[in-house]
Design a protein around this ligand. Structure first.
Ligand code: ADP
Ligand code: MG
Length: 343
């Protein structure tokens, strides 16, 4: 059936500032060209919503819009939350999802599918939803309906970012600035092609540690802290100290990284990426052997710096490579880590 409304949601690669968006910190994601497209058309199935995705085999015909605990929850949640916001009962529509964005590797396909669906609904019903409203609604769907989710970063950059400028976002105040990326260097994304074991429970455990540490130090958000002192160490458990070290130092790295981007200093920027990775691996405990291998290989093949991107536990690495070295670099990586896939 002919699409009558279309929405597109972009993925992102986070250049630095991991696990900060739920700690009130600053982040630096870049919107990427890979995206998810949602095509909406009228459905002939009475009282049903039908959903199909090129990433899954089966077309779903859903009579009652409620949580199913599978991928369709992003669409169902969009229908319910959008419907509630605009007092519309959504039925007899077909959602056709197609994607060039790898799913579940830390490039934010979850925000992209939600944003694409909400944009399609907004176009269809001519509801004039603003960018901010779209960000908030997509965030609520992922956090309150689907049930896993960090902060506001992924939705924000999908809606307000672009492919040539990194988005420097303060996740607490929501103030942001778009900063040009390097002309003569490229951020490459390498999928480690290992199953990502981001169970919601592991992610939530890290989040809980941050919350409990903040509470013990009488803070609303961990990123209010500039450094961890002896007093803090007395208050905190060993695990809490480790996550705090990452969060506090990572937040400072983001601020330095933004300045280095503005100063056109890829060499020092790259160093911060690798420092960020080491901290994610050693302090935050979210890297894997494969991600560490890819970071080390990339740096040994001439990258200026590399790190895991997204929440970790498998998934992808982002690495900074000079433009004229890209082809040689890709060849070397594929020869030495043959499962790797460049996104
Ligand atoms: P990430 O956001 O890093 O890609 P998440 O685990 O947060 O990883 O989200 C991945 C989930 O989003 C998938 O398991 C699936 O439920 C949903 N999803 C993403 N892309 C698609 C798609 N093209 N079709 C259907 N569901 C998708
Ligand atoms: Mg996600």
């Amino acid at each position: 059936m002919k699409a009558i409304s279309v929405g597109e949601g972009y993925g992102r690669v986070n250049l630095i500032g991991e696990h900060l968006d739920y700690n009130g910190g600053c982040v630096l994601p870049l919107q990427i060209k890979n995206s998810i497209i949602c095509e909406l058309s009228e459905s002939s199935e009475i009282n049903c919503v039908s959903i199909i995705s090129d990433k899954y085999q089966k077309k779903l015909s859903i009579e009652k819009l409620e949580k199913r605990n599978d991928w369709a929850d992003f669409i169902i949640g969009s229908c319910l939350f959008f419907g509630e916001k605009y007092s519309i009962v959504i039925k007899e529509l077909s959602f056709n999802i197609s994607s060039t964005l790898p799913l579940g590797i830390g490039l934010s396909s979850s925000a992209a599918i939600t944003v694409s669906t909400l944009k399609a609904l907004n176009n269809f019903y001519k509801t004039n939803m603003s960018g901010d409203e779209l960000i908030d609604l997509a965030y609520d769907i992922e956090n309150s309906f689907v049930g896993v989710g960090g902060g506001i970063m992924d939705q924000f950059v999908s809606v307000l970012g672009n492919h040539n400028q990194a988005l420097y976002l303060n996740t607490l105040s929501r103030s942001y600035e778009l900063v040009n990326i390097f002309d003569d260097h490229n951020f490459l994304i390498i999928d480690s092609n290992t199953e990502r074991i981001l169970s919601s429970s592991e992610f939530n455990q890290k989040k809980e540690l941050c919350l409990s540490a903040a509470k013990k130090m009488n803070l609303k958000n961990l990123c209010e802290k500039e450094m961890i002192n002896e007093n803090d160490i007395q208050l905190l458990s060993g695990e809490e100290i480790k996550v705090c070290r990452h969060v506090v130092e990572e937040n400072k790295r983001v601020k330095k990284a933004v300045q280095l981007l503005k100063d056109n200093n890829p060499k020092e920027f790259g160093k911060l990426m690798t420092e960020s990775h080491s901290s994610l691996s050693e302090h935050y405990g979210v890297s894997t052997d494969e991600l560490n291998t890819l970071v080390n290989l990339s740096n040994s093949f001439g990258a200026l710096g590399s790190k895991l991107t997204g929440a970790g536990f498998g998934g992808a690495v982002v690495t900074l490579v000079k433009n004229d070295k890209v082809e040689e670099f890709k060849k070397l990586i594929l020869e030495n880590y043959n499962k790797a896939k460049f996104v």
